[in-house]
Design a protein around this ligand. Structure first.
Ligand code: FCB
Length: 473
């Protein structure tokens, strides 16, 4: 019998059904090496491009660096225990190439490998499936000094490093992703220069994008050779790109940005070709003479899964006549004059528009390319959190997750073989050029004391994992 004095269980103004995900759905959380590990100069680790970049004045907000970060290198046991409390089925982490192969090639650092062996063993002991990303943006500095990703040789070095990791951990790690978000590595790292290594040359960005994908293809082959049973994929960050209006000029602006943001990667990786319109758009930037016979076949080496990182949507409009393009270095080479339009919808602390339906749209689009199983390998939001009486009630983040999980479920209903979801992020961490000023974690980190405090979203996510779905609201 219901108690007439108690509030209704369901708010009729916001009545959303409970949802159950398919059996075996892989619920996880993600992090990346440079964002959490710290111990930057310990046990034989050498600098990566992110060490150099963050130590260069003016590159990262407030001069923050990843030297200490969340000190995860020394708190591995405590952190895995927190994951176990959350009930995570899987944990997606990345390996610091500079820890394992400090020069980026040649000698392997056994202490570096040991750290990842301990991490993987600890995860397995807690029933958590390790999901290993080989490259989350932290190229060993000596490889950048030798030309970085715009240089073809870097792809071969990446394949060698992949073999080292497959030999060391392939018996215990089933899920592997080669690259995380090659768009960011290429276009933020070498185009706009807001990420490491901070170079600003459109042609270099395009070359970097190609060699990242070539490295990916070679790495897939290296993994297959070393570990035939591994589940291998790549993670791309995708955005729906909408025209601000239905005019041909705005639609053309959307086509161009969609080419650079999405099809630059999806088409070579999943179809073995660059889109013709994209090559034409980039003709003022590069003649693609870096692409050699056989590259696209390597790049499109068959995969076992595709990882999708989703955060927001882009809305764009045609250049305004008479208004010159912003001369600042750009992550949209050849399309610098396209305008990004804000719709005035709610945004996160990154200023990114919140657009859950865009996740459904993105997953359906990728499914249009491939029948492969898909995973959301990152999705999440930064908000300003406050600790009150030792608690962080991050309702905005929780609502973001809830809305995006509903959107993910809608994709499943529409026939998308979505097999898992990784929240970004397990804990607050070094948010690249924003340093520690943006918090994405489900677990709050006090950077002075390194105390971890699960936020409301963490407790809520634990209940989602327990019931394999969402409660009615
Ligand atoms: C993604 C990155 C991840 C994190 C989130 C917020 O682009 O892969 O490391 O910074 O954005």
């Amino acid at each position: 019998m219901s108690n007439p004095a108690s509030p209704p269980a369901v708010d009729v103004l916001d009545e959303r059904p409970g949802l159950t995900f398919p059996p075996g759905f892989l619920w996880g959380a993600a992090t990346a090496a440079y964002q959490i590990e710290g111990a930057a100069a310990e046990d034989g680790r050498a600098p990566s491009i992110w060490d150099t970049f963050s130590h260069t004045e003016g590159r990262v907000v407030a001069g923050h660096t990843g030297d200490v970060a969340c000190d995860h290198y020394h708190r591995l046991g405590e952190d895995v225990a927190l994951m176990a409390e959350l009930g995570l089925k899987s944990y997606r982490f990345s390996v610091s190439w500079s820890r394992v192969q400090p020069a980026g090639s040649g000698a392997v650092n056994p202490q570096g490998l040991d750290f990842y062996r301990r991490l993987v063993d600890e995860l397995l002991a807690n029933g958590i499936e390790p999901w290993l990303t080989l490259y989350h943006w932290d190229l060993p500095q000596p490889l950048e000094d030798a030309g970085g990703w715009p240089a073809r040789d870097t792809a071969a070095r990446f394949a060698d490093y992949t073999t080292v990791m497959a030999d060391a951990l392939g018996d215990r790690v089933r899920y592997w992703t080669t690259l995380n978000e090659p768009w960011c590595s290429a276009f933020l790292g070498y185009g706009s220069g807001v990420h490491a290594p901070g170079r600003t040359n459109g042609a270099d960005a395009v070359r970097a994008g190609h060699h990242l994908m070539l490295g990916h293809g070679l790495a897939v082959q290296a993994l297959r050779a070393a570990r035939p049973t591994a589940e291998v994929g790549v993670t791309v960050n995708l955005y729906p790109v909408d025209p601000a209006s239905d005019t041909p000029a705005d639609r053309d602006a959307a086509r161009r940005i969609d080419g650079l943001a999405n099809r630059f990667f999806l088409d070579p990786l999943l179809r073995g070709s660059y889109p013709e319109d994209l090559v034409a758009d980039l003709s003022t930037v590069t003649d693609f003479d870096h692409v050699r016979d056989g590259d696209l076949a390597t790049i499109s080496t068959p995969l076992d899964l595709v990882g999708v990182n989703y955060y927001s949507r882009h809305v764009v409009a045609a250049p305004v006549e008479g208004v010159p393009a912003d001369p600042a270095p750009s992550c949209w080479p050849g399309s610098e004059d396209v305008r990004f339009v804000s719709r005035g919808v709610p945004v996160t602390d990154m200023g990114w528009e919140i657009d859950a339906p865009g996740l459904t749209e993105t997953l359906r689009r990728v499914h249009g390319y491939t029948e492969l199983p898909l995973y959301v390998t990152e999705n999440g939001s930064a908000f300003v959190d406050s600790v009150v009486d030792g608690q962080v009630d991050d309702v905005d983040r929780l609502a973001y997750f809830d809305a995006h999980l509903r959107a993910a479920h809608e994709a499943i209903d529409a026939g998308v073989p979505l097999r898992g979801y990784f929240a970004w992020s397990l804990m607050d961490n070094f948010e690249w050029a924003w340093g520690y000023t943006k918090r994405f974690g489900m677990i709050h980190v006090d950077y002075d004391s390194q105390v971890r405090t699960p936020k409301s979203s963490a407790k809520w996510y634990a209940s989602v994992i327990r019931r394999n779905g969402l409660a009615a609201q």
